[in-house]
Design a protein around this ligand. Structure first.
Ligand code: SF4
Ligand code: SF4
Length: 310
């Protein structure tokens, strides 16, 4: 079934983007705050070369304690990796292993890893006596632990800065171990770089929307239901977004280079990149995805006629 392109309300919101003031400002976004942030105490900012003591191993007295009621927001890369690992398509993975949630700072819909128990405070379904059954493809939050990640951007800076902090939760005995490592060595060992590269656009969008939300929303409004729906589609279901690109008027409107088109037919990470570029161009009027020349000319002419310009 073909998806409608684009939903009316989303199109209206996209049109408004051109007129929006630049509301980007100093903003911090906690991308990952540990697996049970409510218990976290004394977060300490760490630089890449700072050292911290921590080790986690089979036989430690708290084995699996962190996987009870874990608060794991699933990033786009998590969903791709876990779906592939379990031989599921992302929509199937979400249906079986995720629960819907709202990202508090931005108000955008996200998926969280499902935990056992009616209250979601039970053990993770992937946890077993031997540890994590999906360890090689475990989510980013689980990789970072016991580090949290904050993305930080100053209004005047073109670049985002990420920094980590140590999450010390009473149940985790790993901090009492003697092993010491730097933040950068821990990050390399945990293999977080690939995840961060795939998730970059997603974090950019959440950061900007969080900045707007803190000011009452763009043009005084929260993102429309259609905007939230589009964001959720791109972030969680590459199959649906691929159909959206190839089976709607998307390619009549946007000028996607031929080599990118070939790539996104088979490369889910490349498709995600296109999706986040598309959302940024629509939501923030960023020049991340070009329109077809004829469509752009028509849009400019329409805007001029509406404003009485020549
Ligand atoms: S995915 Fe693995 S590491 Fe993460 S909460 Fe579940 S069992 Fe623990
Ligand atoms: S040491 Fe910490 S991370 Fe490792 S199993 Fe125990 S609670 Fe989990």
């Amino acid at each position: 079934m073909n998806a409608q392109f684009p939903p009316d309300e989303f199109e209206e919101e996209a049109a408004e983007a051109v007129a929006r003031p630049d509301l980007d400002r100093e903003i911090e976004l906690c991308v990952s705050g540990g697996m049970r942030t409510q218990d976290a105490v004394a977060p300490v900012r760490l630089e890449p070369t700072d050292r911290f003591r921590f080790a986690c191993h089979r036989g430690i007295s708290c084995w699996n304690a962190c996987c009870h009621g874990a608060d794991v927001t699933l990033t786009p890369c998590d969903i791709l990796r876990l779906s592939r690992r379990l031989a599921l398509r992302p929509a199937q993975f979400l249906e079986r292993h995720a629960v819907p949630a709202v990202h508090a700072a931005s108000g955008m819909p996200v998926a969280k890893l499902k935990m056992a128990g009616d209250d979601g405070k039970g053990l993770c379904f992937f946890a077993g006596d031997e540890g994590c059954a999906v360890y090689a493809d475990r989510p980013l939050t689980c990789r970072y632990y016991p580090l949290g990640l904050v993305s930080h951007k100053l209004k005047e800076s073109p670049r985002r800065e990420d920094f980590h902090f140590l999450v010390t939760e009473p149940h985790c005995r790993g901090h009492a171990e003697s092993r010491s490592q730097t933040v950068e060595d821990f990050r390399a060992e945990q293999g977080v770089a690939e995840y961060e590269a795939v998730n970059r656009g997603w974090v950019d969008i959440l950061m900007k929307l969080a900045s707007w939300a803190s000011l009452g929303g763009p043009m005084g409004k929260a993102p429309s239901p259609q905007t939230r729906q589009m964001f959720f589609m791109v972030s969680t279901d590459v199959d649906r977004f691929r159909r959206f690109v190839f089976e709607t008027r998307f390619l009549d409107v946007y000028d996607v280079p031929a080599e990118t088109l070939e790539r996104i037919r088979v490369d889910d990470a490349a498709l995600l990149q296109l999706g986040f570029d598309w959302l940024k161009s629509v939501l923030f009027n960023e020049r991340t995805l070009a329109m077809q020349p004829a469509v752009l000319q028509a849009a400019v002419a329409k805007a001029r006629s509406e404003t009485g310009g020549s």
